[in-house]
Design a binder for this molecule. Structure first.
Ligand SMILES: Nc1nc2c(ncn2[C@@H]2O[C@H](COP(=O)(O)OP(=O)(O)OP(=O)(O)O)[C@@H](O)[C@H]2O)c(=O)[nH]1
Ligand SMILES: [Mg+2]
Length: 139
């Protein structure tokens, strides 16, 4: 099934110079980057992106991290793009992420884990709307 998803290179991924490497991995996986933009999030945008985590003990750390530098946001399209991007990213905690995944190869901590990828069609829709003004419904 052809679908679209939202992906973001977090500030630690930017600092480590990993954007080109991430783009290459996405393209080698047969997915297409439809749109891509370098930007600095503001607090409102960061809290909206991570609104499901509001109230959790790591919420403030997470928001502070994504506000700590520039990010690259991407709209990625292809067959099973949502699941494929989660597979390419690897487990949330880099210490548990498999080698060959972006987090497994480059992540340094659960906060500094390089990349965000939407976890469902619903979040992908919401996040694409927030960052790219895409309509929420897919298909
Ligand atoms: N410090 C800390 N950070 C966490 C923890 N759980 C999640 N995070 C951070 O919060 C982000 C969002 O958490 P989740 O949505 O549960 O994880 P995820 O879907 O693999 O990661 P994202 O693609 O960034 O949404 C993660 O990428 C981590 O950076 C935790 O237990 N401790
Ligand atoms: Mg998530």
């Amino acid at each position: 099934m052809r679908e679209r998803t939202f992906v973001m290179v977090k500030p630690d991924g930017m600092t480590k110079g990993l954007t080109d490497e991430i783009v290459a991995r996405i393209e080698r996986a047969g997915l297409k980057i439809v749109s891509m933009r370098r930007m600095k999030l503001d607090r409102g945008l960061a809290e909206e992106l991570y609104s499901v985590h509001r109230g959790k003990d790591f919420f403030e750390r997470l928001v502070e991290h994504v506000l700590s530098g520039e990010v690259v946001v991407m709209l990625v399209e292809g067959g099973r793009a949502i699941v494929r991007m989660r597979e390419l990213s690897g487990a949330t905690d880099p210490a548990k992420a498999a080698k060959g995944t972006i987090r497994g190869d480059f992540g340094s901590s659960i906060t500094e884990n390089i990349i965000h990828a939407a976890d469902s069609a619903e979040s992908a829709g919401q996040e694409m709307r927030i960052f790219f003004g895409e309509p929420e419904k897919q298909g």
